[in-house]
Design a protein around this ligand. Structure first.
Ligand code: FES
Length: 275
């Protein structure tokens, strides 16, 4: 099987049938939560199916059937949110892992649906076999989900591992900044996007919190900047997410102008978490 071609086809399908930038996309992404929605929903599915297994072991067949049904129901929004996330994945390893993750999860849902049908038609033994296979497929899918998050960083805030200096640090001369456009500067290995407006300068991390694209290549509209990759919109003033699919805000920098230089520093924790 050509995994790359299959991954590309799946991504094309998700792009075609799932919502583009919209409230629905934000909902599936988890923008309202401040964290990706998909991993949270997977807990509901796996929790139901783990409970079903425990109930089967205790001989409580009807309760187990109920948990299997609930797991199948919970899998519907989980699949939708996962496919929506997959539409924004790039890179060979992440694309392949996402494809296998999706295939194993589809198999587990089919196996559980078959199990429920068999259980309800009096074939309890066969139903047990199918649900056990479904549980195995769901666990294997979970391994690939973990690979996507912890190895490929899908869903991780792309600014999690970089920090601005705590003390005021010179970034650029004010006269070198253009007016009302987005400029990129490096401060101690940290990429900052600056916008000069009148006598003030706003500064946000240039690395989009969603998948890491360069925000200074995006579109500036008043106090808002739109990411060039998946159209998340951030406030230039405080970095909050105005429109997803991003879930984490853009870190901002404190800015002052001293002797013709723009100086920046990491905002204090209190200043950034007030009210
Ligand atoms: S990288 Fe996806 S919205 Fe910026």
């Amino acid at each position: 099987v050509d995994l790359d071609r299959a991954a590309e086809s799946l991504r094309r399908l998700t792009g075609k049938y799932l919502p583009g930038p919209s409230r629905a996309k934000d909902l599936l992404s988890g923008t309202f939560l401040g964290h990706p929605l998909h991993p949270a929903l997977t807990d509901a599915v796996l929790g139901c199916w783990t409970s079903a297994l425990a109930l089967d072991l205790r001989g409580q067949a009807e309760a187990s059937d109920t948990m299997i049904g609930l797991g199948i129901l919970a899998s519907l929004p989980t699949v939708a949110s996962g496919l929506s996330d997959y539409a924004d994945v790039s890179g060979e390893d992440a694309s392949r892992s996402g494809l296998v993750h999706a295939a194993l999860n589809s198999a587990s849902i089919l196996l559980y649906a078959s199990s429920l049908l068999l259980r309800k038609t009096g074939h309890r033994r066969a139903g047990l076999t199918f649900s056990s296979l479904g549980f195995g497929a769901a666990l294997a899918a979970g391994w690939f989900g973990g690979h996507l998050a912890f190895r490929n960083g899908v869903g991780v805030d792309r600014n999690a591992f970089q920090e601005l200096p705590a003390d005021w640090t010179r970034a650029v001369k004010v006269e070198d900044l253009s007016f009302d456009s987005l400029d990129l500067v490096q401060v101690g290995g940290y990429s900052l996007m600056l916008r000069r407006r009148g006598g003030t300068v706003d500064a946000l991390s240039d690395r989009c919190s969603h998948r890491g694209c360069s925000l200074h290549e995006g579109k500036l509209d008043g106090d808002l900047v739109t990411c060039p990759c998946h159209a998340s919109v951030f406030s230039l003033i405080d970095g909050h997410v105005v429109v997803g699919p991003a879930t984490a805000p853009q870190p901002r920098a404190d800015v002052r102008i001293d002797q013709g230089w723009v100086e920046v520093r990491r905002p204090s924790f209190e200043a950034d978490h007030r009210g």
